[in-house]
Design a protein around this ligand. Sequence first.
Ligand code: AMP
Length: 179
Amino acid sequence: MIILMGLAGAGKGTQAQMLAEKYGYVTISTGELLRNFATEDQKRRMLTGELISDDEIIDMVDRRLNELQDLSKVLLDGFPRSVRQSEWLLKQIEEGRLKLTAVIHMVIDETRVRERLVGRGRADDTDAGISRRFEEYRQTTLPIIDHFKEENIHVYTVDADQTPEEVHKDIVEILTTET
Ligand code: AMP
């Protein structure tokens, strides 16, 4: 299992797709699952950039994992997004349900990512929506990375301000050393 972390717009989706093609990784993107299967109320909360509750998200990921045959080739995108979600995930690893290959943090400057997101045109990519997600990244994703480090889980940093191919190459290198 790979955990891809980083700001919205850092290019996690693109990298997930490239890893799917090269190694057959199946992506569980909680943002994507929510966009496709969310209730009206969840959709409203997402449009304002609010987080959906941990219980709702964990339940969704748990069910998606149960549908998959090969849990060694799972890539998580957008999960965990809170310390509680990461604790749940670490428990799955401890219990042997999941095996962690690498945590990859895609790092990019906020200004650069804002330029990218405005070009993407998704419904929640408004100025306010983008600002809300930057704030959320600072408040939730960064503490999770610290939490992983405290648990002695190595977090790889990748420079996401490169072409998708260059970023992919860096990730492949990490995976080669880890497997
Ligand atoms: P993303 O596509 O990852 O940027 O996610 C889009 C939106 O879905 C976020 O702004 C949140 O409202 C919601 N979301 C996605 N993943 C999570 C998660 N793990 N926990 C809580 N909310 C999430």
